[in-house]
Design a protein around this ligand. Structure first.
Ligand code: HEM
Length: 515
């Protein structure tokens, strides 16, 4: 075409495109800040204008502190993204997590469900209820009491390791070892298998695969282009890339094999002597024609649920357990009171532990309040729990929120509300002796009422057995010099962690000198 008749040249076209885009984004930002139904909710302009701040804080870590700072500045309701508000108002939090008017999980989870159809990522109420019913009593206290010997056996292995390592004058990293402990426990409880990680002192390759698998499906859920890249990557002759690409086949093969073994044992051993796992009853129901199809799990579902539990549930207990033992060893008075309490229930048995069951540990009042206070300040998941306003919209505090607005309950902030927990940063177990209703409502350490953590009984049993085992069998240990308040400062990467990513203990120096 004759250049004289061209309306715009290439450069002008590009400029026009950039200009239109900038105007569009500006108009959108202005609408979101000043005109959207959420514009009355306090918050900085940049969180109202775009998602960038929210995404950045979630990906880069530290979102729990950033949201906390916004609440300090703007009050109990803050707009943290154009369509997302965070509320630290207890009445609203209660409403959002109530079982009668359910606010479902957001599309963030739905994307993951396309990759792995497991309980935590189910968003619609009906499917959730069916799956929960299919789990039945798998995580109930009575089922767990059958599995207590397996948990105890692993805790005992860990205690022996602590003794061996510290007796040899070396430091023992609680965080690393609690992680191995949780994984070994979950291996036994999900598959009836001993992964032997406490024995081998490292993560089993199959578990490494399961962890990579969770990473892979998360990446795939949010960046579906990875699926297309898979073909290209399959030509890259790098062993690590090739191994990563085949991770899915490996974990599914393993999970199917391990579960079929469990199913075989369940079928062939009706005398109750076979190893009970969390999935024994579920696998048994699979072939029972009397069980409602809607509340049955298929083998494919169980395979994914078991993998998800092994890969995703171990960190929470390991991290919370690490902070729990750290707090006890850090405060001589708390340690002494717990030792006295344990001694009182095992009087005459010679040993503090003396085979004390979890049923008895549950009754110990001081242990209970110490664990509650640890849950308040150091439970592993202190994220802002995200839900979506149901159809028709809802009044939340002073604001009417349209349907599909995302509402977050910031656990970190709620657990540190000074009107509910005076001196919130102080570790004061005694505050739980006569808790107020508000204190109970503010605690979301195991999630809200409508979607509570399925593994909470298991986690609590493991934590109590850990405290009893360590206090009874390792009286000579103390925090190592490397373990300071600074090294244990809380950092946030989806789960909280100690800043140094370790928590070392050692044999008491006096004891070393004596021996
Ligand atoms: C101290 C340890 C633990 C803590 C602090 C913890 C915390 C939580 C929290 C806060 C939630 C709610 C998440 C949400 O609403 O989005 C949750 C859900 C869940 N947890 Fe845990 N958890 C722990 C241990 C475990 C263990 C040991 C298991 C399994 C064996 C487990 C399995 C689950 C599952 C499956 C869900 C999803 C429930 C649902 O969506 O309905 N958790 N957990």
């Amino acid at each position: 075409m004759d250049p004289r008749f061209r309306l715009l040249n290439g450069q002008q076209l590009l400029l026009a495109f950039v200009g239109v885009s900038v105007c569009y984004l500006l108009a959108k930002a202005i609408y979101r800040i000043y005109l959207s139904p959420l514009s009355k909710i306090p918050g900085p302009w940049y969180t109202a204008a775009s998602e960038l701040w929210f995404i950045w804080k979630n990906l880069g870590g530290g979102s729990i502190f950033a949201i906390h700072d916004l609440h300090q500045k703007y009050g109990p309701y803050v707009r943290i993204a154009p369509n997302t508000i965070s509320t630290a108002d207890l009445e609203s939090v209660q409403k959002i997590h109530s079982t009668s008017d359910v606010y479902r999980k957001s599309e963030y989870y739905e994307k993951l469900r396309r990759e792995v159809d497991t309980l935590p990522v189910i968003t619609d109420l009906e499917s959730y209820r069916h799956r929960r019913r299919a789990y039945g009593s798998a995580f109930s206290n009575s089922t767990l009491s059958l599995m207590e010997p397996a948990i105890r056996r692993n805790v005992d292995k860990l205690i022996r390791k602590i003794q061996q390592v510290t007796e040899a004058g070396e430091k023992f990293d609680l965080l690393k070892w609690f992680h191995l402990l949780s994984l070994d426990v979950l291996g036994e409880l999900c598959y009836g298998l001993d992964f032997g990680m406490l024995q081998d002192e490292k993560v089993h390759p199959l578990v490494e695969d399961a962890l990579s698998f969770v990473l892979l499906v998360t990446i795939r859920a949010y960046f579906p282009i990875v699926n297309r890249l898979k073909r290209v990557l399959s030509y890259v002759p790098h062993p690590k890339i090739q191994r990563f690409l085949r991770v899915e086949d490996r974990v599914y093969t393993f999970s199917s094999w391990a579960l079929s073994n469990t199913q075989h044992r369940v079928h062939n051993c009706k005398d109750g002597k076979s190893k009970i796992t969390l999935f024994s009853k579920i696998l048994d129901d699979m072939n029972d024609p009397d069980v409602n199809v809607k509340t049955k799990m298929t083998m494919a579902m169980v395979r994914q649920e078991a993998l998800m539990i092994v890969a995703a549930a171990s960190d929470t207990t390991a991290i919370t357990g690490t902070f729990l033992i750290w707090v006890i060893l850090r405060h001589a008075e708390i340690r002494r009171k717990l030792v006295d309490e344990l001694r009182a229930v095992t009087a005459g048995s010679g040993e503090l532990d003396g085979g004390i069951t979890d049923e008895k540990l549950k009754q110990l009042p001081y242990l209970k309040v110490v664990i509650m206070e640890v849950m308040r300040l150091y439970c592993a998941g202190q994220i802002a729990l995200e839900r979506v306003v149901p159809s028709g919209g809802r009044q939340i505090g002073p604001y009417f929120l349209p349907e599909e607005t995302r509402v977050c309950s910031p656990i970190y902030t709620l657990h540190r509300d000074p009107t509910v927990f005076p001196d919130p940063e102080l570790f004061k177990p005694e505050r739980w002796i006569n808790p107020t209703k508000s204190m109970e409502v503010a605690m979301l350490h195991f999630g809200g009422q409508s979607r509570p953590c399925i593994g909470q009984n298991l986690a609590m049993t493991e934590l109590r057995l850990l405290v009893a085992g360590i206090l009874s069998s390792c009286p000579d240990i103390e925090l190592a010099d490397s373990c300071t308040d600074d090294s244990m400062e809380v950092v946030d990467h989806l789960l909280i962690n100690p800043k140094s990513h370790k928590c070392e203990v050692q044999k008491r120096k006096m004891e070393i000198i004596k021996s």
